[in-house]
Design a protein around this ligand. Structure first.
Ligand code: NAD
Ligand code: GLY
Length: 363
């Protein structure tokens, strides 16, 4: 792994400037200087009921120090918040405070708040300035960077959304200190995804750690590495038309699990863990993934207390309709990411019937 890179630029083709991801312990309480380019403007800060009591006062005070006038809205915590009713609440909030295009909208929270706020920022007044302050491991390693913003629909995950890049991402790794262990695990699922698709040394390093406790001191370095990998992929394919699809390794099944189990029952990162083991198994059955790979991923996830198989209530029959509705489906084909080995992957199309058979074989 490369040394810690506390500032990572994300270059988006067609945009004149890259945006930066700042990663540091204690950064939130030293963040006022990042906001001086917004002096004299307003900031709409969107957070949730778990995060706001812990971190909103710090952020609001840093904004005020920079001469920015902040307004806070606190939404219920959890995946079900990523819905059209809350999007409407955000529009009302932004209108009530007369937020204009030159003001800023700030997401303070995990991926749920980041995705929902980003979608509101992308659509309100056809686009307002947007900053991400991610506070979960999952959001710090993945969702806060790259500009995918969305809400869920009862028929499927993230079906309504946009590509809308933040202009700044501020990651204070200390915020992970208040995150509960199940949520940390969900973030580790996405970290292992990066190892599986792009970075065998990262995967091996986590294998050597053997358990979660040994990983804790590595979080800042791991976050920086995941963001560095994501920035490279997104810079090459910001609109998800090719290379970026590899970031969805394990996600075709994961999104269906989340939808079928009821949003929030199986966490996104947990569903990704189950999806990665399954997708590695599909690759083995198809002869493209070396045999033993699914077991190796399963062993690592198990050592980190992460789920590796479908909850008993979910069968291929109940998951398949939602998989076919996935954004990655192409007519009758479904896009899946398969591993060539740990650290290498490719995207392919599978006929719906073929995928259904693979799911049954590997159930
Ligand atoms: P989340 O936002 O629901 O946060 C998890 C829980 O932790 C919530 O209850 C939250 O209130 C709480 N929390 C957050 N930070 C905390 C802190 N520092 N201390 C204590 N509690 C804290 O979930 P998540 O796992 O961060 O994000 C999941 C969402 O991200 C899913 O909707 C998924 O689809 C989305 N996602 C998006 C992308 C993308 O590229 N946009 C990528 C991956 C996942
Ligand atoms: N998390 C998948 C992506 O950003 O493309």
């Amino acid at each position: 792994m490369s040394p810690i890179m506390p500032v990572i630029p994300v270059n988006i083709p067609g945009k004149t400037t890259a945006y930066s991801v700042f990663i540091e312990s204690g950064l939130l309480s030293r963040s006022s200087h990042y906001f001086t380019s917004y002096t004299g403007h307003k900031a709409a800060v969107i957070s949730d009921t778990n995060v706001a009591p812990l971190y909103a006062d710090i952020l609001l005070s840093e904004l005020r120090s920079a001469g920015v006038e902040p307004f806070l809205i606190t939404l219920p915590a959890g995946e079900t918040t990523k819905c059209s009713a809350n999007l409407d609440r955000l529009y009302d909030f932004l209108l009530d405070h007369r937020i204009t295009r030159s003001d800023i909208v700030i997401a303070l929270g995990g991926g749920v708040i980041g995705d929902l706020t980003g979608y509101a920022a992308a659509t309100y007044l056809r686009g307002t300035r947007f900053i991400q302050v991610p506070t979960t491991l999952l959001a710090q390693v993945d969702s806060s960077v790259g500009g995918k913003v969305a809400i869920n629909h009862p028929k499927g995950k993230n079906l309504l959304g946009a590509f809308y890049q933040p202009e700044l991402v501020i990651i204070d790794t200390d915020t992970l200190g208040t995150l509960d262990s199940r949520q940390v695990g969900a973030g580790l699922g996405e970290v292992i995804k990066y190892g599986c698709i792009l970075d065998a040394p990262l995967f091996e390093r986590i294998e050597r750690c053997g358990c979660r406790e040994n990983l804790v001191p590595l979080y800042p370095e791991i976050i920086a590495r995941c963001i560095e990998l994501k920035a490279q992929v997104v810079s090459e394919d910001p609109l998800d038309t090719g290379l970026r699809m590899i970031l969805n390794f394990g996600h075709t099944l994961a999104h269906a699990i989340e939808n079928a189990a009821g949003y929030g029952t199986v966490l996104h990162g947990e569903a990704v863990c189950i999806g990665m083991v399954a997708a590695a198994g599909w690759g083995e059955t198809l002869g493209v993934t070396p045999s033993g790979t699914a077991d190796r991923i399963r062993r690592l996830l198990t050592a980190l207390d992460l789920p590796v198989s479908l909850p008993e209530s979910l069968t291929p029959d109940c998951l398949f309709p939602s998989m076919a509705l996935d954004k990655k489906s192409l007519g009758k084909d479904i896009r899946v990411i398969l591993l060539d080995d740990i650290g290498q992957c490719h995207s392919t199309r599978l006929g719906a019937q073929k995928l259904f058979e693979l799911m049954e074989d590997n159930a």
